[in-house]
Ligand binder design. Structure first.
Ligand code: NAD
Ligand code: MG
Length: 390
């Protein structure tokens, strides 16, 4: 291990993953140094992180908040910038070794692409990047010294289980899902679920958008797409398995019938540290699992009648092209509307499907096509939200 701390650019420092990443950096200054931090709009939180860690640069997505950031940080000699372009530019400087992408949604795509083009290693929490444009990201990675390490707990588990194994021995990936807050609810109950119901995730404390995605199980569909792009396995060999305890983080079935799993307490700091350490283990990063916690591990088949969003993984991976980009864009608009209590829970799926039907298909999208599909799908989904509003 090199003696110099790894220099980190952290995108989305004020969020759930961002704060847990900060926690690791705070406890291990001998391993990590923050050189760039950014956030969307929580300017005061960003300023206090920057005041503590003294990065070279702090970037706020919402440009209206730049004066406030500057007044807090310029006296400390920390440069400040704002806006999506500044965010995308902030990851390419020579003094960055690794970019941790912990922003939510489509906003992660451009910075990740820039970081790969600049040869930076990536610790990727922002799964939407691979969902929207996994083929493009893989093509760029093939031409770059960058390596990409997944933070998502399921994909970290698969990466851990793959250590020492031959790819041709992998038969199937089994991606575990908690089932979310509506696992035991009937169709009728789910149809009238409130925002408060949907935000009550049984096992994980996460940002609001991914919490809703977990309730619809679109998060699991996204994780199947993410796994396909990360591990090069076709969708008919990737299954979701409902495991309400969130102790088994995912499994691999091998050709000889063996199944390997990674278990642990539900604590994202373990997969974050594993990714930041280039698939190495960091002692003491999470509490060990007790025998009591492992005494009941149950598994169920997911129910696509009650959770139709799960079927969108197959739709996306069979149709390919800009399909997943459209699904992601429509979902972001629909989830924002649900969070604003403008539409019902099941409207999220309907808006995604209707947007997909309304949009032109592009078989081999270039970057500009993803940008255009994302923008157009958002416009169409917003029109559907307007029509659906209660
Ligand atoms: P969050 O909402 O808690 O935090 C999001 C962060 O991104 C915040 O710092 C916010 O300021 C910033 N941000 C939001 N919009 C932005 C924009 N347009 N430009 C720049 N910054 C912006 O979200 P989270 O739960 O930390 O999730 C982050 C990502 O990690 C998501 O892609 C999510 O799917 C993934 N993920 C999260 C968890 C988890 O446990 N929270 C687990 C697995 C994967
Ligand atoms: Mg996950």
């Amino acid at each position: 291990m090199s003696s110099e701390p790894k220099r980190i650019a952290l995108l989305g420092a004020t969020g759930s993953i961002g704060r847990q990443t900060i926690d690791i950096i705070r406890r291990h200054p001998e391993l990590y140094r923050l050189v760039v931090v950014s956030a969307g709009s929580r300017v005061d939180d960003l300023a206090s992180i920057a005041a503590e860690f003294r990065p070279r640069l702090a970037v706020i997505g919402n440009a209206e908040l730049l004066p406030r950031l500057k007044s807090a940080l310029e006296p400390l000699g920390i440069a400040c910038a704002a806006g999506a372009e500044a965010l995308a530019d902030s990851v390419v400087a020579d003094d960055i070794d690794m970019v941790v992408t912990a922003t939510v949604g489509y906003s992660g795509l451009e910075p990740t692409i820039n970081a790969i083009r600049a040869g930076k290693d990536i610790a990727l929490a922002n799964k939407e990047t691979l969902v929207v444009a996994g083929d493009l990201v893989n093509a760029l990675l093939a031409d770059s010294p960058s390596r990409l390490y997944p933070i998502d707990s399921e994909h970290s588990a698969i990466a851990q289980c793959l250590e020492g194994e031959k790819p041709e021995h992998v038969r199937r990936l089994l991606i575990t899902a908690s089932g979310g807050p509506f696992r035991t609810w009937t169709r009728e109950q789910i149809a009238s679920a409130t925002l408060a119901d949907a935000l009550r995730h049984p096992n994980w404390n996460m940002g609001r958008k991914i919490t809703i995605d977990s309730a619809t199980m679109l998060n699991k569909a996204f994780e199947i797409i993410e796994a396909h792009h990360l591990f090069g396995i076709e969708s008919d060999r990737i299954d979701a398995v409902v495991h309400p305890q969130s102790i088994v983080h995912s499994m691999i079935e091998f050709t000889d019938g063996a199944i390997k799993a990674q278990l642990g307490v539900p604590d994202m700091r373990l997969p974050i540290a594993y990714a930041m350490g280039y698939n190495n283990r960091l002692a003491g990063v999470s509490e060990p699992l007790t025998l009591e916690a492992m005494s009941t591990l149950t598994f169920e088949r997911p129910d696509t009648e009650r959770f139709p969003c799960l079927t969108l993984a197959r739709t996306a991976l069979e149709r390919r092209g800009n399909t997943a980009c459209i699904i992601n864009a429509a979902n972001e608009i629909a989830v924002a509307a649900f969070l604003a209590e403008e539409i019902g829970f099941n409207d999220i799926y309907d808006i995604i499907v209707d947007t997909l039907e309304a949009m032109p298909y592009i078989a081999n999208p270039a970057y500009a096509d993803y940008v255009a599909s994302n923008a157009e799908a958002r416009t169409r989904a917003a029109e559907m939200v307007d029509k659906t509003k209660k």
